[in-house]
Write a protein that binds this ligand. Structure first.
Ligand code: PLP
Length: 431
């Protein structure tokens, strides 16, 4: 990936030919036949009879992952016992971060794998607020409509250190103008979890820098589906999940990115022993590591890391522009089939390629029972309050026929009103 100029978002994304409205299922079968990523699908375990469109929430299982987990458990833990730490475990957070760097447009040593997204966000918000304090800036901005944990974490860290949270209204992908004075940093989601809108990372980061604020991006809904250019955009801090498009398994550790020019000035709370420059010196005083390990806190989740390693093997085989082309094309097929049917469903996701991630969101007052009805028919999407149905298109394993069939099922459910069956009204704990 280019390290300068944020060029990834301006590239023409798919041949004109593939922008045509899809009119038939046969056309989708044909597209699957000539899909350069076709062979990846069989490297994932997908249940029969299910069209899985929630790779944006929990990625599918790479077929190599169970073997990888078993190897770590039986061979490494079972046979090496404590020596496992000297045979690779200790280096896992940085080694996996370096492998992720290609997907994020980051350099070696800028990414580390650790903890959860929420906890990593806490660390970088704190770090940004400490830098802001040095320059007399005590305000932290965030998109008020962002994924709730991001707002909670940002506001709670700000309050704890005597800074002020500043919820901002991001409208049609634009920050307010003017921005408030005294901003230390602004936290934003690269792709909005509800609408699927992709924000202009190069333009927004530039604008924040011109305003003297740091840019903190949450990449949970873009990493693994949208090529990212953190270095080229000169992003300051970033965090994100590995269990969504990165297919690393439920609860797999998240990642954090620090721009190299900021690393030496980055202070992390809490100071844990894994961030010490010499953890095993057991020194009474904390002294942070010079490298990205300073973002660690405690012992890394070795077993869970095996899922990420197995998933990265898949990504190592694909070109990111091909991944992006397919993701955009899948979303377009789905949205086109729904729109062409003329049913009373609103496509909420902006359809311009540079304004969307890998998800299509639809609005309908009865989105909840519609989603339940679709799941009963083997089409797995999800519901987000108050009236949004989400469908994620993980380009490694989703086929064009899947996008077509899912849209056709949705059209049928809405047209026949089969969702009005009371069986689809009951709520479950996780929607
Ligand atoms: C999925 C997601 C998270 C999840 O955070 P966890 O700490 O892993 O639970 C956080 N932020 C955003 C924007 C997400 O999409």
């Amino acid at each position: 990936m280019q390290a300068t100029g944020c060029s990834v978002q301006r590239r023409p994304v798919e041949p004109v030919d593939d922008n045509r409205v899809v009119t038939s299922r046969e056309e989708c079968v044909e597209r699957d036949d000539r899909d350069p990523l076709r062979s990846q699908r069989e490297r994932f375990l997908l249940p029969d009879g299910v069209i899985y469109l929630l790779g944006n929430s929990l990625g599918a299982l790479p077929t190599d992952a169970p073997v990888a987990f078993e190897r770590v458990v039986r061979d490494e833990w079972g046979q090496h016992l404590i020596d496992g730490w000297n045979r690779g475990w200790y280096d896992l957070p940085v080694a996996l971060g370096d492998r992720l760097a290609r997907l994020l447009g980051a350099s070696q040593g800028e990414v580390v794998v650790a903890d959860s997204t929420s906890v990593n966000l806490m660390k970088v918000v704190y770090a940004a607020l400490m830098l802001g304090r040095d320059s007399g800036r005590g305000l932290i901005g965030y998109d008020a409509a962002m994924f709730p944990t991001d707002s909670y974490v940002t506001a709670s860290v700000a309050s704890a250190v005597g800074a002020r949270p500043a919820p901002l209204v991001v409208s049609d992908g634009r920050l307010p103008d003017p921005l408030p004075d005294g901003l230390a940093a602004v936290v934003l989601s690269h792709v909005d979890y509800r609408s699927g809108r992709l924000l202009d990372m190069p333009g927004i980061t530039r604008r924040l820098h011109e305003h003297g604020a740091l840019a903190i991006w949450d990449l949970s809904h873009s990493a693994g589906a949208v090529p990212i250019d953190l270095d080229g955009c000169d992003v300051d801090y970033a965090v994100g999940c590995t269990y969504k498009y990165l297919n690393s398994g439920p609860g797999a550790p998240a990642f954090a990115f620090v721009r190299d020019r900021l690393l030496a000035r980055t202070t992390i709370l809490p100071a844990g022993w894994f961030a010490h420059r010499a953890p095993f010196a057991m020194a009474p005083e904390f002294a942070p590591a010079d490298d990205i390990r300073r973002l660690l806190v405690g012992t890394p989740p070795v077993v869970a890391c095996a899922g990420l390693a197995a998933s990265l093997d898949r990504f190592d085989e694909v070109e990111l522009p091909a991944l992006r082309d397919k993701s955009l094309a899948l979303g377009r097929v789905f949205a086109d089939v729904v729109t062409a049917a003329g049913v009373d469903v609103e496509v909420v996701t902006p359809m311009a390629d540079h304004e969307r991630g890998s998800q299509i969101s639809l609005r309908h007052p009865s989105a909840y029972p519609i989603v339940r009805n679709l799941i009963a028919r083997g089409v797995v999407g999800d519901f987000r309050e108050p009236d949004i149905a989400r469908f994620g298109f993980a380009p490694l394993y989703t086929r064009f026929v899947d996008a077509y069939d899912a849209a056709a099922a949705l059209v049928d459910v809405v047209r026949t009103e089969s969702w009005t069956d009371p069986a689809y009204a009951a709520r479950s704990a996780v929607t």
